[in-house]
Design a protein. Sequence first.
Length: 61
Amino acid sequence: MAVPKSKKSKSRTRMRRSHDRLAMNTYIEDATSGELRRPHHIDLKTGMYRGKQILEPSDDI
C-alpha cells in the first residue's frame, strides 16, 4: 500500500479542496417578462420557453 513520505500541510490540503465547493445557481433575466429564471427552463409565470407558449400562465406564482 502506498504511504506518503511526509505529512501534507493544511494549506496544501485546503488548496486542493477549494475546487470541491458547490457552484451557485445561475439565473438570467427573461427577455419577455423581465423575471429571473434558470437558463433552459420554462418561465413559470408566463409559461413561455424559447418564444413558444408551453404552459398556461399561472397567477398564483
